[in-house]
Design a protein. Structure first.
Length: 264
């Protein structure tokens, strides 16, 4: 157990902040001694980390309370933290580039267009939506997708049937489902970026690896699977639940990754 001064030092927050979190029922210590000292457990510190992530992303304490007190899934929340922090990083990088362009303009005769002057400000970072941390009620099942794809032999490699891996055990398939849905949500949050952006392609690499756990996935199969996702309503309807137009965007991103693999 940790005293309040120890928690403040570990987490880099003030004792007054911890007292306030206690008073508003955001994070109460696990124990209070007869001397009225507050004592925090490791689980309390894990909750504090989640609160600080949400605070860093711009959520108000009232919003954080609503998120934490809902059906809060820490694993899912961490994926959302990363997505929102990536967006925040991208926005800051664009603002820095814009400031540098303006600095160059002030020291030279080159004038910026009004479009250039305000380009970075059109990229909005709006993390105050609580539903960002609510898991979708209907999740896409990559297992069902892959089983449907077995019937679409015309869009796969001729060798697909020979290279299919044995079906995984149920707990592994659940893990694959979770990772697939994490990737869909992550890519949906990156749709403001071009399909060949590093952050997007990082998710495509993860997706390719995920599919390869079920099949011996080839670049050609990955490309054709992308076409199937965008053109077949069985797939596009469920994928687009993560973000409007995601299936088309995902197709473009998967094509970029497939091309990169073929030319590697």
């Amino acid at each position: 157990m940790y005293k309040v001064q120890e928690v403040a030092k570990i987490a880099g927050v003030s004792v007054r902040t911890l007292h306030h979190y206690d008073s508003i029922d955001l994070m109460k210590p696990s124990n209070k001694g007869s001397n009225r000292y507050r004592y925090y457990s490791d689980e309390d510190l894990k909750l504090l980390q989640q609160i600080l992530f949400l605070k860093e992303l711009g959520f108000s304490l009232k919003k954080i309370q609503e998120i934490i007190k809902s059906d809060y899934d820490t694993e899912y929340a961490m994926a959302r933290h990363i997505e929102l922090l990536e967006q925040k990083k991208f926005r800051i990088e664009q603002l820095i580039d814009n400031a540098r362009m303006t600095q160059d303009e002030l020291s030279s005769d080159q004038l910026l267009s009004n479009e250039q002057r305000f380009s970075a400000f059109s990229i909005r970072h709006t993390p105050d939506r609580i539903d960002l941390y609510q898991k979708p009620e209907i999740e896409v099942s990559v297992k069902e997708d892959l089983e449907n794809i077995k019937d679409e032999t015309s869009v796969l490699d001729d060798s697909a049937s020979e290279t299919a891996k044995p079906e995984k055990e149920a707990e592994n398939l659940e893990e694959i489902d979770r990772e697939a849905n994490r990737i869909y949500s992550a890519v949906a949050s990156l749709m403001h970026l071009p399909a060949d952006a590093l952050a997007v392609q990082k998710e495509m690499a993860a997706y390719y690896h995920l599919l390869d756990r079920f099949y011996e996935c080839t670049p050609k199969m990955f490309r054709n699977l992308a076409n199937l996702y965008a053109n077949d309503s069985r797939f596009s309807r469920t994928i687009d639940q993560h973000g409007e137009g995601l299936s088309d965007y995902l197709k473009d991103a998967m094509h970029v990754h497939a091309d990169a693999l073929q030319h590697a």
